[in-house]
Every structure is written in structure tokens, then in C-alpha cells.
Design a protein around this ligand. Structure first.
Ligand code: BG6
Length: 569
């Protein structure tokens, strides 16, 4: 029931933000960069400055309406590590409305003071860490939020809890100038998603009017296979309409992921090449240097495939491979993403590799094997690594393989997408000393070394024709001031303004699960004989190399910092 829908919200926000960064780091970083490559008064610098000025005029700022946010799971880890820090960052950025309030609900029988005290300790530690730069807590911003926080102990499964919540919300509405907008955030274990939403419905708390929108953010995991995701959708769609449901995939909160659409669709040079005539294959990697940490119980029944593929990796895949949407309107974008996921060929076990880590050394530290982690079975068959070869059945991509891989305890932490272009014909170089032409690779670095690079061939200076691979590099840090962000700010803010572009629709989630369901079933029916099959701190199992070798290809090296990466052939 958003009275003020926001088409073009994604683009508008991104352009405004770039512009703000430029103001903050005056003289313009664009100008600086042009200057570093020559004269600051070059036409490129002038054009960039003019473009920035034009763009700034077209997208005025926007603040959400007064809203009460209700967090279920207020004492949990997610609230502490992500939701509260994200709200703090939003306050610092001036993004929350004066009439904002936060109600936390959890089973712990504690007071508002105690809840705020716990969060204050945590936020102080968070501010000190400062995403890399140590900084002091912004007391003013934090007290602004604390003054608007209220804790309510309650059992999520009991109707009585929702009766008390209803009373609190009506009191709050008095302070919101007659409006009663409420965002419910389900930071709870997935088994509570359905029951909490049903209780909200029964208590009349999901009913909307012109002055009272009601939205629900549902966390991950949304189902554990196709059938459970479909059942959960059916259950919650009995209470809520689709436009009230915001299914989170936190990868979509990453700036670099959002930038994929801008890269593809706001630049004239990529899209004409973005198809099977010019692209040889695509690799998507999400390599982690953490193990299962304290999440053994969850991970044992989840595994790398369910944990990362139908959600995070498929979101990257959809961004990189979807057709251009007709606008940046939420449904236009999500419709195209869903179509892409629906076009994935069923994945057969021959095109998939699973791995489990053995003991090893990660970032200089000895670590134990997966089967000796807490809450993990000594003969566990759960995979901590997965590599897949996917085909996409449409006119743009037929015949272009997409290789995906993700794993715990690998040699470096990096999430990236490598788009490898087709080889140039060799004939011209037949009578020269050039033995082979290196491929052009467009590398999108999602994290942690955010940016992108394009590799191409250049002639080595000298009398002979010798070719070398060289690289053009764009690093975010060279152009934009870093934003204080835990990755949830944009998502919470978007939900407050009613922009669902970065959230998953029911059919998108189901399409993701449907694509991997055959493999889930096949793996459930045949246990892996070779576990553990990769050492912690390595690049994964050797069988994953064979998945590409049989197509005459190799994986990109797994390296966190690409400034020092060697080019892969
Ligand atoms: C979560 C998974 O959804 O994403 C974790 O459950 C994984 O297992 C995490 O570590 C990765 O996210 P990020 O943002 O750290 O790359």
C-alpha cells in the first residue's frame, strides 16, 4: 500500500550517492583521476563534471515516512551484528525519519534499558572496528536511536504477545502524526517465519490502509528445498499480499552487486558483446576463508549447495545474465531475473562437484577438519564446497557455460565474476613468434577488493611482435569515499520506502530452488565416497578442476587482492 512508489529508485539512489561522494572528496575524484592521467582540463574531466552536475539535478533526496520497525529476534545475533549497526549507519546518514521507532521482541525477560545496554556495548565494538578504519562511536546518532527503542519480552508462538504488540503499536501511532506504518523484521530461525506471520495476521496487524502500510522482511533461509519454499510461500501469502513481503538476500545489499546492472545497462560498450557470439564462458566464485564456525548444527542439514547457490550465487548469475528490464521498477527487474533462473538447465550430477574440507592451514592458522567441528557428525556427508557447470536455455546464452563455485576454508576470501570473451582469430599472427593469444577477461570483483578489471593484449615494445597480457583496473576506493555499511542499510532503507527491487519475489525464490532440486535429490541418494577431499586453505577439490579441464578451461586463481594477481591464461 505504498502511496508513493519509487520507479528508478535503484538508479536514482546510486547516482545521488556517487554525487555525494564527489562532494565529500572535493575536488571531484573523477577530476582527480582525469588529472592523474594528464591535464585536469581535459575534455574527459569537463564532461565528467558536467554529467555529475546534470545527474544531481535529476534525483532529489527522499526520506521514508514515519515508521515503527518491529524486530522479532531482538536479542539474537543478526540483530546485534547487522540490523542494529545498519540502523545506526542509516541514522548517521540522515536516512531515518524523525517519527521512527524500534520495538524489539524476544523471549528473554529483560528491560528496554538492558536491551539497549547490550546493543550499546556491541555497537561500540562495531564502531571501533569501523569496517577497517577505527573510529569513535557517534554518540549523537546512537542516542537518537536509543531514544526511540523499546523492548518487549514475548513468545513468538503465543497470541497474547501479539495483543500486547498491538497496544504498543497504537500508542506509537499517536506519536507518528496519525500514520501507522509498520515494518516487521523477522530476524528469527526459519521455523518461525510462517507462525509469526500467521499470528500477525490473526491479530490484525498486517491489515493496511492509506495511512498504514504493513511490510514484512523475511530472512534467509527461505525454505530448504523447492517443496518447502513453495509451502512457505503458500502459507504466508494467505496472510500477506506479495507486495508486503520483502525476502532478503543480503548479497543484493552489496554495492558491487547492484553495480552489475549499472555496468551492463548504463554503459554502451558492454551490452552489444553480452551474448553467446562474443562470450566464451562465465565463472562465478564465492570463496570463503571461514569454516562453519559455531554453525555446525545449521550447516549439517544445509551444506554449501543450499546455503549459497539458489540464493546468493543465483542472484549474481541473474544480475550478470538477465535480459535488460524495461525499467528499474521492482517487478520489471525481478521478472527478468526470474525468467533467467527459470531458463537454467536441470543440473545433473555429472556437472557438479561436492567437497568437504579436511584439516589444513588457513591464513597461517592450523584448522581442524569439518568432521571434527562442533555439532558435526564424525562421518558427516555434508558438503562444504560445491562447483557447478550450468547451461542457460535462451537465445542469448545457449551454449555458453556458466561455472559456479563456492566453499568454506579456501585459500583466500573473494567473491567475483569473470566474463571471458571469445578468442580473437589467430591467423594474423601465424607467422610471428606469438604462440597464443590470451583471452579478454572482464573481472567483476564483488568483495573484498571491490572493482573491476579488463584484461587484453598489448604489444611488448621492441622490434619483434610479442604480445603481453595487460589489465585496465577500476577500484572503488580510487573513485568513491567508502560508505560505512554492513550491507543491510540499503535493504532496510528500500523496504522503508517501499522499493522491493533488491528483494526476492515468490517466483524468483522458487525458480532458484527448482533449478537445484534435481541435484539435491541426487546427492541425498548417493553419499560422497571421497570426503574429506580438499585441505582447508587450498583452492578446493581436484575434481572441480576436472569439471573445467574436460572443456579445455581452467578456473581463475583464487586470490583476494587482484592488484598482485597473475593473469590466468
Ligand atoms: C550466508 C551463509 O548467507 O552468507 C554463510 O549462510 C556465508 O554461510 C555468508 O558465510 C556469506 O556472506 P558474505 O556476505 O560474508 O560473503
Amino acid at each position: 500500500m505504498d502511496a508513493d512508489p519509487q520507479p528508478n529508485a535503484l538508479v536514482g539512489k546510486m547516482i545521488r550517492r556517487a554525487d555525494k561522494d564527489r562532494e565529500a572528496s572535493a575536488p571531484s575524484s573523477l577530476l582527480k583521476s582525469a588529472a592523474s592521467h594528464g591535464d585536469a582540463s581535459t575534455p574527459a574531466a569537463t564532461i565528467a563534471a558536467e554529467a555529475a552536475a546534470t545527474i544531481a539535478k535529476s534525483f532529489p533526496g527522499r526520506r521514508p515516512a514515519p515508521t515503527t520497525m518491529v524486530v522479532f529476534g531482538a536479542a539474537g545475533d543478526l540483530t546485534k551484528r547487522l540490523v542494529a549497526p545498519a540502523l545506526y549507519n542509516l541514522v548517521r546518514g540522515g536516512k531515518l525519519p524523525e517519527g521512527f521507532a524500534l520495538i524489539g521482541i524476544d523471549r528473554n525477560d529483560e528491560t528496554t534499558e538492558a536491551w539497549c545496554g547490550n546493543l550499546t556495548n556491541m555497537i561500540q565494538a562495531f564502531a571501533r572496528a569501523g569496517g577497517g578504519e577505527r573510529q569513535a562511536l557517534d554518540e549523537k546518532a546512537w542516542s537518537w536511536l536509543i531514544d526511540r527503542m523499546h523492548y518487549m519480552p514475548g513468545d513468538f508462538t503465543q497470541a497474547e504477545t501479539y495483543g500486547r504488540l498491538e497496544k504498543l503499536l497504537s500508542e506509537q501511532s499517536g506519536r507518528q502524526g496519525g500514520t501507522a506504518h509498520v515494518l516487521f523484521y523477522l530476524a528469527v530461525a526459519d521455523r518461525f517465519f510462517g507462525p509469526v506471520i500467521e499470528q500477525l495476521g490473526r491479530a490484525g496487524l498486517t491489515r493496511q490502509s492509506d495511512k498504514a502500510w504493513r511490510r514484512v522482511i523475511v530472512e534467509k533461509p527461505f525454505g530448504h528445498d523447492f517443496a518447502s519454499a513453495e509451502a512457505l510461500n503458500t502459507q504466508i501469502l494467505k496472510v500477506l499480499s506479495e507486495d508486503q513481503i520483502y525476502r532478503i538476500d543480503h548479497f543484493l545489499g552489496k554495492e558491487t552487486v547492484q553495480n552489475i546492472l549499472v555496468l551492463r545497462f548504463a554503459n554502451g560498450i558492454f551490452e552489444p558483446l553480452w551474448n553467446r557470439d562474443h562470450i566464451d564462458h562465465v565463472q562465478i566464485t564465492a570463496a570463503e576463508t571461514v569454516g562453519v564456525e559455531a554453525r555446525g548444527r545449521f550447516y549439517e542439514k544445509t551444506g554449501a549447495l543450499r546455503d549459497m547457490v539458489p540464493n546468493h550465487l543465483f542472484q549474481l548469475l541473474a544480475m550478470i545474465a538477465m535480459e535488460p528490464p524495461i525499467s528499474f521498477d521492482a517487478d520489471a527487474v525481478r521478472g527478468k531475473k526470474t525468467e533467467l533462473l527459470q531458463a537454467i538447465h536441470p543440473i545433473s550430477p555429472e556437472n557438479a562437484v561436492r567437497g568437504q574440507y579436511g584439516a589444513g592451514v588457513v591464513l597461517g592458522k592450523n584448522v581442524r577438519d569439518y568432521r571434527h567441528e562442533a555439532d558435526v557428525a564424525p562421518n558427516s556427508g555434508t558438503e562444504t564446497y560445491v562447483a557447478l557447470k550450468l547451461g542457460i536455455d535462451n537465445w542469448r546464452w545457449a551454449g555458453v557455460p556458466f561455472y559456479l563455485r563456492t566453499g568454506k576454508y579456501l585459500s583466500a576470501r573473494t567473491t567475483e565474476i569473470a566474463v571471458q570473451f571469445r578468442q580473437a582469430p589467430y591467423a594474423l599472427f601465424r607467422d610471428t613468434p606469438v604462440e597464443r593469444l590470451p583471452p579478454n577477461i572482464l573481472m567483476l570483483r564483488i568483495q573484498p577488493d571491490e572493482g573491476l578489471s579488463l584484461s587484453f593484449s598489448a604489444k611488448r615494445p621492441g622490434a619483434d611482435i610479442e604480445i603481453d597480457g595487460v589489465e585496465m583496473n577500476f577500484a572503488y576506493r580510487d573513485y568513491f569515499a567508502p560508505l560505512a555499511s554492513v550491507g543491510y542499510e540499503t535493504l532496510i532503507y528500500d523496504c522503508l520506502i517501499g522499493d522491493a527491487t533488491l528483494f526476492q519475489r515468490a517466483d524468483t525464490v522458487e525458480a532458484g530452488w527448482r533449478a537445484v532440486q534435481g541435484l539435491i535429490d541426487a546427492w541425498a541418494g548417493a553419499s560422497a565416497e571421497d570426503f574429506p577431499n580438499y585441505a582447508a586453505g587450498s583452492v578446493g577439490p581436484a575434481t572441480a578442476d576436472r569439471l573445467l579441464a574436460r572443456d579445455g578451461r581452467t578456473w581463475m586463481p583464487i586470490r583476494a587482492d587482484h592488484r598482485h594477481a597473475e593473469r590466468s591464461a
